[in-house]
Design a protein around this ligand. Structure first.
Ligand code: NAD
Length: 530
């Protein structure tokens, strides 16, 4: 439904001003700039609340036919969509790089591949996961129960800018497989890749209204929540998440909240220092540190701290940074200038409180938004950089003396999305991992758990609630409906029903005693026996 005006980038400055007066009044638009060079990228419409409601009504009509289709057929069609994504991978990567400034390798692996793989897994397993489940009843033994999974209807997805393909499409595909229609409200900062995904979807012949993209800002997201959807999957910041959860509460719309992260990396005394150093650099700086599971703080044991820091510094010195649309750089640009200001503020606070800048520390003065990959040493929890979400290319490191201290510091956070533990002893690492308050803990690796689509992903504390991925997430796209029926025909006059009497009361009362204190009752009866 949304149309996009590509800007002849370097010449036209503000397309809105070129619209006819009538259009200017009726249609507000979003104008996006390239993070890599600051040039205009495109202009997209802000969808109005009326249009949002109309989109939901169309989605509902498309959904009823889709839901009646056998699940095997839905899966087969989703695999066609998966194939189209793979065939269009280069085009999708181009749009992702242009719009986010991330390196091509990351756009391909962290976005396109993750979605194609997730589509395969859920399409091949949906029939198994959503098969009706029998429930054996321990008490009502004359009855039987099962649950079956019915699609909810129209599911809304509100997504952020940092993984603007993998995050929404990772929700869209399971929602469709489960028999729902889906409406995505992409971030106002990165609407183009969602529109591109919609084009690919339409090219497969799937019903057009089944998956729709409504471009716009926070108000459009709010309108989506109020438009009669049956569920919302929200991914974004904590502050926005609280507002969105409240709006969902007001409408009684069930929601999943995927919010911020502050992933600690615990480098235990027996870690492989070289692998840990490389993991810190990759986990801290891929996507310019703009991932909810980025390494946001490191706790390094005193015995390996100095060697680890030295290697991290060397490795950071080898990183290539620049415009990812022009060459194969390791680090691209930052999404918008505000993220740079946040980085500068956090570094200034840390340095004022005793941190040492080991690498980077400054914005790069060139067109576009760039910040040097930065490593801070001698950090502690009195610094904002150790407690607030950074969402930029900064890795602060703190020296620790024991596993217990590392665990306590890792848990000293209002967020609990992801964590990493590095140790050569699997037993020790797992012992530590289980004590960390996070939705996921990864041992001796970084960033990859989002790609393990069989496993649940989501946060504790203010990182949110509910889970995406994992078999249960597909079931959660449905209403779980319980059906109960008799094993044997029952008499017309059921002894549990009316009329009540003192006789039936005393029979039930004895029954209660036998049921829950059976052994004692039997003993008393035996004692009374001659
Ligand atoms: P954001 O909260 O600013 O925006 C997220 C989305 O919410 C956008 O589409 C925005 O338009 C929409 N929105 C804003 N106000 C709204 C309102 N009142 N009602 C409905 N929708 C509204 O987040 P962002 O800056 O795009 O993304 C960065 C944040 O996302 C970080 O905090 C990051 O940790 C988090 N994130 C979390 C996960 C996860 O899986 N837990 C993944 C990626 C990003």
């Amino acid at each position: 439904m949304a149309t996009v005006t590509a800007l002849d980038s370097r010449k036209k400055k503000a397309p809105e001003t070129q619209a006819t007066p009538a259009e200017t009044v009726e249609r507000r638009t979003l104008r996006n700039l390239s993070p890599a060079d600051g040039e205009p990228l495109a202009s997209v419409p802000i969808t109005t609340p009326d249009e949002v409601r109309a989109a939901v009504a169309r989605a509902r009509r498309a959904q009823s036919a889709w839901a009646r289709m056998p699940i095997e057929e839905r899966a087969e069609r989703i695999l066609r969509f998966r194939d189209a994504i793979v065939e269009n991978a280069d085009r999708l990567v181009d749009v992702l790089v242009r719009e986010t400034g991330k390196p091509r390798n990351e756009a391909l692996l962290h976005e396109v591949l993750v979605v194609a793989d997730l589509a395969s897994y859920f399409a091949h397993n949906a029939a198994r996961i959503l098969a009706p489940q029998n429930i054996s009843l321990h008490f009502l033994v004359h009855r039987k129960s099962y649950v079956h999974y019915a699609p909810k209807g129209v599911i809304g997805v509100i997504s952020p800018w940092n993984f603007p393909f993998a995050i929404p499409m990772g929700d869209v595909i399971p929602a469709l497989l489960a028999g729902n229609a889906v409406i995505v409200k992409p971030s106002e900062v990165t609407p183009l890749i969602a529109l591109e995904a919609k084009k690919v979807f339409d090219s497969t012949g799937l019903p057009e209204d089944l998956f729709q993209v409504i471009t716009g800002d926070g108000a459009t997201g709010q309108a989506l929540i109020e438009s009669g959807i049956q569920k919302l999957i929200f991914t974004g910041g904590v502050a926005t998440g609280k507002r969105v959860a409240a709006a969902c509460g007001a409408q009684l719309v069930p929601c999943i909240m995927e919010l911020g992260g502050k992933a600690p990396l615990l480098a235990l005394s027996d870690c492989d220092v070289e692998r840990t150093a490389r993991a810190i650099v990759y986990g801290g700086f891929c996507n310019s540190g703009q991932a909810c599971i980025s390494v946001e703080r490191v706790y390094a044991h005193r015995s390996i701290h100095d060697e680890l820091l030295r290697r991290v510094k060397e490795l950071v010195g080898e990183l290539k940074q620049g415009d990812a649309s022009k060459s194969f750089v390791d680090i691209g640009s930052i999404i918008f200038p505000k993220q740079i200001e946040t980085a500068e503020k956090l570094i200034a606070d840390a340095v004022a409180k005793g941190a040492e800048v080991v690498a980077g520390g400054e914005r790069v003065h060139r067109a576009g938004n760039y910040f040097q990959p930065t490593v801070l040493a001698e950090c502690h929890h009195g610094m904002d950089v150790m407690r607030e979400e950074i969402f930029g290319p900064i890795v602060p490191i703190q020296r620790i003396d024991s596993d217990e201290e590392a665990i306590a510091l890792a848990n000293d956070s209002h967020l609990g999305l992801n964590a990493y533990v590095f140790s050569k002893s699997r037993e020790r690492a797992l012992r530590v991992a289980e004590k960390i308050e996070a939705g996921s803990v990864v041992v001796n690796d970084v960033m990859l758990n989002y790609g393990a689509c069989e496993a649940p992903f989501g946060g504790l504390k203010e990182s949110g609630f509910g889970r995406v991925h994992g078999d249960d997430s597909l079931r959660d796209m449905c209403d779980k409906r319980h059906v109960n029926y008799g094993r044997v025909p029952m008499p017309a006059r059921d002894p549990l029903w009316f009329p009540y009497s003192s006789t039936s009361y005393s029979i039930f009362s004895k029954g209660l005693e036998v049921l829950f204190h059976g052994a004692g009752v039997i003993q008393r009866i035996v004692k009374r026996m001659p």
